[in-house]
Design a protein around this ligand. Structure first.
Ligand code: AMP
Length: 216
């Protein structure tokens, strides 16, 4: 079963992917997380992609597709978070999955107004140790700048500053939003209103996934 979470930056794809991975046993595949780990480890790939992430630009399709192709295994249950982000990535994914005798099961588009996305991104903080995600408005740490779980430093992502967040939203509109039509055309898309509490969004997502599972 392959579920894609589509949505602008700040729409909660990462948070919801983690919740669904826990609830259903999906493997959570976040291309953004994979790139950040490569950058932190200063690998060859990390060095190649770091300027794209810093500037809020998309990493070239060929690099992303190669990364994902090496991670998806036949018969696995995946939740894809932040991939595909262009129509070319989506067609490449279709090809990869076809080669494994499978296909995308369900795509959920998490909808969120732009001003709310900017607000969420600029108030997001991430633990440098364990990756736990906080929000200075809705979910602050108990001690400022210190992770509740592992006591490491909690930081703002370099691309969550207001200017880069705005740039990422433009990139989303230009290059990723066309995937809404792409997957509607394949009758795979359901929209979920992401401007609600994480619990309400999770409940809506679970209903979509349960229906997709029942239909298989
Ligand atoms: P995210 O954590 O999903 O917001 O991704 C952070 C950054 O990683 C993006 O702004 C891009 O620079 C890069 N990135 C992540 N996924 C992709 C993708 N599928 N295609 C191109 N670039 C990506």
């Amino acid at each position: 079963m392959i579920v894609i979470l589509l949505g602008s930056p700040g729409s909660g794809k990462g948070t919801q992917s983690k919740r669904l991975a826990d609830a259903y046993g999906f493997k959570h595949l976040s291309t953004g997380d994979l790139f950040r780990a490569e950058i932190a480890e200063k690998t060859e790939l990390g060095v190649k992609v770091q300027d794209y992430l810093k500037a809020g630009k998309l990493v070239p399709d060929a690099i992303v597709v190669e990364l994902v192709a090496g991670k998806v295994m036949a018969g696995g249950k995946y939740i894809l978070d932040g991939f595909p982000r262009t129509v070319d990535q989506a067609t490449a994914l279709d090809g990869i999955l076809k080669g494994m005798g499978t296909s995308v099961t369900q795509v959920v588009y998490l909808t969120l107004p732009k001003d709310e996305a900017i607000r969420r991104m600029s108030s997001r903080r991430v633990c440098s140790g364990c990756g736990e995600v906080y929000n200075t408005i809705s979910r602050p740490t108990q001690v400022e700048g210190v992770c509740d779980k592992c006591s490491s430093k909690v930081l703002q992502r370099e691309d969550d500053t207001e200017a880069t967040a705005a740039k990422r939203l433009m990139v989303f509109e230009d290059l990723t939003h066309p995937l809404v039509s792409y997957y509607k055309g394949e009758s795979l898309l359901t929209e979920v209103d992401a401007a609600r509490t994480p619990e309400a969004v999770e409940a809506a997502l679970r209903a979509v996934i349960d229906e997709a599972r029942a239909a298989r």
